[in-house]
Ligand binder design. Structure first.
Ligand SMILES: [Zn+2]
Length: 189
């Protein structure tokens, strides 16, 4: 139950390791002649502390960089742009996901939808939100209120449930997450 075996203090923050993938040492190392498996002979100086871990991350790099690329895209019109370096971008995406109360996979899927809807809205097609149900009462027919950049629920009973009796309204990001949560997971593989 409890994970006992922890490599005591030796493994740095995984996000930090992402940055090491951009370090000159690593680039040089990974571009150098690939002397297959287990070849001894890399006696010399520059071996980074966590070579094996870094190698593992480099192997996963497609997934990681894909995530970061999409996180940057998802940042879209967000007031704060995504940070340039990998670890910060990664952490920022995680933070935004946590803010919406979802894991990053859900966040990424949700943000893809959000991006497409926001482009529609940008082009003036506010009908796109009409197809979405209110996350609270499930009534379809949200109305886009551009002055507050939110989709507002038209159901009076829904509004009656709020503290001040005002209609509930939702950001596109919130709608995206609500939508993603009710989409059944597609079977992987
Ligand atoms: Zn509602």
């Amino acid at each position: 139950m409890t994970t006992r075996r922890r490599p005591a203090g030796r493994v740095p923050n995984p996000a930090k390791l992402l940055d090491e993938l951009d370090s000159p040492e690593w680039l040089e190392r990974s571009q150098g002649p690939r002397s297959g498996s287990g070849g001894a002979g890399t006696g010399g100086g520059s071996a980074p502390v966590n070579v094996r871990l870094l190698q593992h991350i480099a192997n996963c790099d497609n997934a990681v960089s894909g995530f970061i690329a999409r996180a940057r895209e998802a940042a879209g019109d967000e007031s704060a742009p995504m940070p340039a370096d990998r670890s910060s971008a990664y952490q920022e995406a995680m933070r935004r996901a946590a803010e919406l109360g979802v894991d990053w996979q859900t966040y990424m899927a949700a943000m893809a939808w959000r991006n497409s809807v926001e482009s529609e809205l940008y082009m003036g097609n506010t009908m796109v939100v009409r197809r979405e149900p209110c996350p609270e009462c499930r009534t379809v027919g949200l109305v886009w209120v551009s002055s507050i950049s939110r989709a507002s629920c038209i159901n009076r009973h829904c509004a009656a449930g709020t503290e001040d009796g005002a209609p509930r309204s939702w950001t596109v990001a919130q709608l995206a997450v609500a939508r993603e949560r009710r989409v059944p997971l597609k079977a992987a593989r």
